[in-house]
Design a protein around this ligand. Structure first.
Ligand code: DC
Length: 200
């Protein structure tokens, strides 16, 4: 059985949580494609050429526990605008998407570039302020940060991810948009699962 669920959207809209929940519920494999760009971004911060890093990315690099920082997120968004970096990461994502047993991939270009043939395409979004609030809560549990900085980071990342020439973040023409601004996470998961079920 080949069945791909493509989940795109901006940072902190809830797509990671929704993707994990859907994959667990259906017994599908899940790939957080942002981790690929984060792993390349982390290597760039250590002085490695990002194109070389992308071309030689090892699976173990995705298990680096430092990939979740704001600094790495910004580096990821920067390397993601380099066409050679994206090209190096395409084949792995495409084959993951069409693997036997079903797959959920979340990212920015899954429904538009990686798997335009996906059986389900969701675009998960929320206002920049709400997304910044969620990120701020997460980050302030780990250490000190201020809301204005987090909001500026979210907005800068949106502008970069939506404004780049190669594979910009945008909903696929046939994607269903779910705005999670006023939804609990459980309600957002339920809405996403309901969309999947109408197509199975
Ligand atoms: O989803 P995330 O926040 O972990 O992604 C980090 C960055 O990686 C994001 O700002 C843009 C880039 N990215 C991308 O360009 N394409 C993807 N499919 C996934 C992530």
């Amino acid at each position: 059985m080949i069945f791909t669920i493509a989940i795109d959207g901006p940072a902190a809209a809830g797509k990671g949580t929704i993707s994990k929940a859907i994959a667990a519920q259906l017994g599908f494999a899940h790939l957080d494609t942002g981790l690929l760009y984060r792993a390349v971004g982390a290597q760039m911060l250590q002085g490695v050429d990002p194109v070389k890093a992308a071309q030689s990315l090892a699976p173990s690099a995705l298990r680096d526990t430092n990939l979740r920082t704001a600094e790495v997120a910004n580096a990821a968004s920067k390397v993601a605008a380099i066409p050679e970096v994206r090209t190096a990461l395409v084949a792995f994502q495409k084959s993951f998407a069409r693997r036997e047993g079903g797959a959920v991939l979340d990212g920015r270009d899954i429904g538009t570039v990686i798997c335009p043939e996906a059986e389900v395409k969701l675009y998960i979004t929320a206002s920049a302020e709400i997304r910044a609030e969620r990120r701020f809560k997460e980050l302030s549990e780990k250490g000190s940060t201020d809301f204005a900085t987090v909001l500026a980071d979210v907005q800068a990342r949106d502008a970069r991810d939506m404004g780049r020439a190669d594979s910009p973040l945008r909903p696929a023409a046939d994607a269903v948009t779910i705005d999670t601004s006023d939804m609990s996470i459980d309600a957002a998961i339920a809405a996403a699962l309901a969309e999947v079920e109408t197509r199975r």
